[in-house]
Design a protein around this ligand. Structure first.
Ligand SMILES: [Cu+2]
Length: 176
């Protein structure tokens, strides 16, 4: 994983997945990561929104992976138009051996990422955004590295709304 330090955030996801399988769910990402630079990575919306029950899912995208990179990041926005809370509990994709739900957060000035085993809650009337540097999907055991322009199908399972298929457009490794 030497290249991790040379290229910043893009390979970070790679570092995460690597460390994640090796040492568990609360793994260290990168020393002293600058939140400011991460904030500037805005999300590129795709426009193909899908609905299931009271939920509306939009802006799905994934980042291109570098050759040999074992894991990839995926992102989208979920809006809950209903009056009951729901929860994203499972994500699967034919392009990956497993898909985990992760969050990233600053802790003691260090960016850390951990798997959310209980899923991601989308409260009634709220919108939850999975975006670089925050909540994200982590594709594990990816069969073929995601290339810019690819489409990655995923199936999301929500506790109440049930299953819905979503297509993630692969953007550049920078997520733009
Ligand atoms: Cu992750």
């Amino acid at each position: 994983m030497k290249i991790v330090r040379t290229f910043g955030f893009t390979i970070l996801l790679c570092a995460c997945g690597f460390a994640g399988s090796a040492i568990g769910q609360d793994h260290q990402h990168m020393q002293g990561m600058d939140m400011g630079s991460m904030g500037s990575m805005s999300m590129a919306a795709d426009g193909n929104a899908v609905k299931v029950g009271d939920l509306e899912i939009s802006g799905g995208f994934a980042k291109a992976m570098l050759p040999g990179q074992p894991v990839g990041g995926g992102f989208f926005t979920v809006k809950n138009n209903g009056s009951t809370d729901d929860r994203l509990v499972l994500v699967t994709s034919p392009n990956a051996g497993a898909v985990q739900l992760h969050e990233m957060a600053m802790k003691d000035n260090v960016m850390k990422m951990r798997e959310l085993k209980d899923g991601i809650t989308v409260a009634a009337g709220q919108t939850v955004e999975l975006s670089p540097g925050n909540l994200h999907l982590m594709f594990q055991k990816v069969k073929k590295p995601f290339k810019e322009g690819d489409k990655i199908p995923v199936t999301l399972t929500f506790e109440k709304a049930g299953k819905v298929d979503l297509m993630l457009s692969v953007l550049s490794a920078q997520g733009k």
